[in-house]
Design a protein around this ligand. Structure first.
Ligand SMILES: NC(=O)c1ccc[n+]([C@@H]2O[C@H](COP(=O)([O-])OP(=O)(O)OC[C@H]3O[C@@H](n4cnc5c(N)ncnc54)[C@H](OP(=O)(O)O)[C@@H]3O)[C@@H](O)[C@H]2O)c1
Length: 228
């Protein structure tokens, strides 16, 4: 804990990792604004919730207002995400996956980065996935959107170097939330362990974190992109 108040925005926090991390930030003394389509059960004076869909045209304005009400933004966590199996008779769900996982994060950065640059300080954490190195016939939109997300966030990190604003790409394997609903979930990370990893990211501001390490090595080895 530093001795001054810290202010965070968490996008995608009605459930799962975003919700658990919001609770941790609040317990650590942060003031937090959260955004998702549904409300969550947090009810403390240091928290405000804004119901919004990250794909809706008014999302940037709602996010901007949330930050203005907060007063400043030291940390922005993009935890919104979806991942549905492909249905070849209806590819709209795959389109939507890109809109939530990738374009929602891109639009979030467009609102947050100018404010952080003006303040000369700030940290964005984006929840990508170890799937960013894979090609998936099961959920092509998920792997494709995460590939785009990791590349964009790491590019932004490079572009912002030396200007006080950090960007961290977090690549988890399986985390024990409703999203990890498949029958096979090797090396699953409990949500509280994922939260600890994010707390360390806030402290150290790394460019990229991949967990579990063993699964990261495996996905890299299996990646068709590594074979040229
Ligand atoms: N769980 C895993 O195994 C795993 C592994 C690697 C990476 N990740 C990534 O970690 C992030 C969080 O996943 P999770 O496991 O915590 O999933 P989760 O439990 O399903 O939570 C997803 C969150 O995203 C929000 N969200 C989804 N669509 C949204 C939209 N259109 N607008 C606003 N918010 C939206 C949901 O809120 P509403 O439904 O209320 O909108 C919910 O709060 C995702 O990006 C996911 O890809 C997860």
């Amino acid at each position: 804990m530093t001795d001054r108040l810290r202010y965070a925005v968490v996008v995608g926090n009605s459930d799962g990792i975003g919700l658990a991390f919001t609770r941790r930030l609040l317990a650590d003394g942060w003031r937090v604004a959260g955004l998702s389509r549904r409300e969550n059960s947090i009810n403390v004076p240091t928290y405000t919730h804004h119901t919004v869909d990250v794909t809706s045209p008014d999302f940037p304005q709602v996010l901007g207002t949330a930050i203005d009400e907060l007063g400043q933004v030291d940390l922005c966590v993009y935890a919104a995400g979806v991942g549905e199996p492909v249905d070849l008779a209806d590819l709209d769900e795959q389109t939507r996956t890109f809109e939530v996982n990738l374009m929602g994060a891109v639009r979030t950065a467009a609102v947050v980065v100018p404010r952080m640059l003006a303040a000369g300080d700030g940290h964005i954490i984006g929840l990508s996935s170890l799937a960013d190195k894979l090609v998936s016939g099961h959920a092509p939109g998920y792997a494709g959107s995460k590939a785009g997300l990791s590349s964009y966030l790491m590019g932004l990190s490079a572009a912002l170097r030396g200007q006080g604003v950090s960007v961290t790409t977090v690549r988890f394997g399986f985390v024990d939330t409703k999203m990890a609903k498949g029958p096979v979930r090797p090396l699953m990370i409990p949500v509280d362990r994922a939260v600890e990893i994010l707390v360390r990211c806030v402290r150290d501001r790394p460019v990229r974190v991949s967990r579990p390490r063993r699964m990261a090595l495996l996905t890299t080895a299996l990646s068709p992109f590594a074979r040229g």
